[in-house]
Structures are given as structure tokens and as C-alpha cells.
Design a protein around this ligand. Structure first.
Ligand SMILES: [Zn+2]
Length: 249
């Protein structure tokens, strides 16, 4: 794979801002209108897949509708693409995925991700602050298509860091599919339901869209690891990954 230099990466980010920002404008405008009239509005889910009890509470629904509308408006302004371009400009060392990382991640996401838009910023100050704030050993923060890691990641087939990278890339897929609204939904998921997807019992019975945003990312990561270690695709993973590729999230 040809290594793309800083100016090449900057141009690719600029191209994404123009092509994706303008190209997806009609689709994003439609999403905004749908959201405005409650035609598409998915309130956060509990771990058991049921709607939150607050669903009946008009204020809760209205608050989520408002957050959603704000995100849809920011999508129209191509905020994620602007963030990608500015991050690349401010952090020349933000790199693209390596050949191995891309090859491994493709096993899960196929062609359903704009690979040239993804950037990795290892040893990111933002992620380090986040790590310090929550007191964890390491942390990743996903801003647009840029994945901020608190430390350098070592990715090879089946490694823990490769699994971690797949989890973060799942958030990029969520961004591409539903826009910035995935961020408040993921933050909600971290405090309600968490990361545990419930294992085989739920993986065999639930649809991909029934899991919260963090559980969805964990499913991608676990399915990747299972496939990388066994060399075979698990039947449940196959169905769930197919739903993800179809955009049923
Ligand atoms: Zn996550």
C-alpha cells in the first residue's frame, strides 16, 4: 500500500468535506425533515430491548427529539467532515489505517465504510484527558472519522488492540449511517445498559438495531475476534453483521 503523506491526507479530508458534505446533503435534508415530523425517531433502549419507561413522558421524548434535531442540523452543516479536516490540519501525525488494520476491519465492515476518511491519532491529548477523567487504563474517543487513542495501538490479526479498533470503527459506521445523533445515544448507552450485549442468548434472538450503540460496537468487536481466532464466521455474527451492512441499526 502506498503511504499517503500529510498533504495527501489533508487533500483527502478536504475532498471528503466537499464530496460527502455536498453529496449527502439531500439525504441529510430528508433525514432532518423526517426527524422534524417524528417520522424517524428512535428513543434510547433499555438493556432488555424495551423502550425506556420515560417514553410515555412527553418531556423525555421531546428532549430526545430536540437533541436529535440539533444533531441532524449539525449533519446538514457537515460538522463531522469539518472536524475531520480541522483535526488533520492541527495534527499532521493523524494517520490513515495501515494495510493490516484495513484488511482486518474489512472482514467485519466490508465496503460499508469510507476507509479513506478514517484517521488515527495515537497518544491524543483529548483521549488522555478522557482517560484521566474516568480513571481508566486507556481510552479512545471518536470525533467524526478521527479515532483518538490515549496510547499507540499495536494491531495484528486477532490482537486485543485490533479488537479495540473494530469497536471504535463501529462508531464510525454508526456516524455514517445515522449521523451525529449516535453520540448522545452512545453516551446514554454508557450509563444505561452499558457495553454488555448479553452473549449468545441475546445475539441469537435480537436484531442488531435492538442493541444500544455501545453494545452494537461490542458485537462487532467480539464477532471480529471470534472470526480472527477461529477462522470461521459465527452464524449469529453473520446475521447481525448483515443487518449492520443493510443499515438496520
Ligand atoms: Zn464505544
Amino acid at each position: 500500500m502506498v503511504r499517503v503523506g500529510f498533504f495527501g491526507r489533508l487533500l483527502l479530508s478536504l475532498k471528503s468535506l466537499i464530496v460527502v458534505g455536498l453529496g449527502r446533503l439531500p439525504q441529510r435534508a430528508l433525514g432532518w425533515i423526517f426527524h422534524l415530523f417524528f417520522l424517524y425517531h428512535k428513543p434510547p433502549l433499555h438493556q432488555d430491548g424495551n423502550l425506556l419507561p420515560g417514553r410515555k413522558n412527553r418531556l423525555t421524548v421531546l428532549a430526545w427529539w430536540g437533541i436529535g434535531l440539533l444533531c441532524k442540523t449539525l449533519d446538514l452543516l457537515a460538522l463531522a467532515e469539518w472536524a475531520d479536516l480541522i483535526t488533520q490540519l492541527l495534527h499532521p501525525r493523524a494517520r490513515m489505517l495501515s494495510a493490516t488494520e484495513k484488511e482486518e476491519a474489512r472482514k467485519i465492515f466490508g465496503a460499508h465504510l469510507n476507509w479513506n476518511q478514517v484517521r488515527l491519532l495515537e497518544g491524543s491529548r483529548l483521549a488522555k484527558i478522557g482517560k484521566w477523567h474516568v480513571g481508566s487504563e486507556s481510552m479512545a474517543v471518536c470525533v467524526g472519522h478521527t479515532l483518538h487513542f490515549s496510547r499507540r495501538i499495536v494491531c495484528f490479526p486477532g490482537s486485543r488492540d485490533m479488537r479495540w479498533l473494530v469497536h471504535e470503527l463501529a462508531h464510525v459506521v454508526q456516524l455514517e449511517r445515522i449521523g451525529l445523533v449516535y453520540i448522545p445515544e452512545a453516551l446514554w448507552a454508557q450509563r444505561n445498559g452499558g457495553y454488555d450485549h448479553g452473549g449468545t442468548a441475546k445475539l441469537s434472538a435480537w436484531s442488531f438495531g435492538s442493541f444500544n450503540r455501545e453494545q452494537q460496537a461490542e458485537i462487532c468487536a467480539d464477532c471480529y475476534l471470534k472470526m480472527a481466532l477461529s477462522g470461521e464466521e459465527d452464524a449469529h455474527c453473520k446475521r447481525l453483521m448483515e443487518e449492520l451492512k443493510q443499515g438496520l441499526i
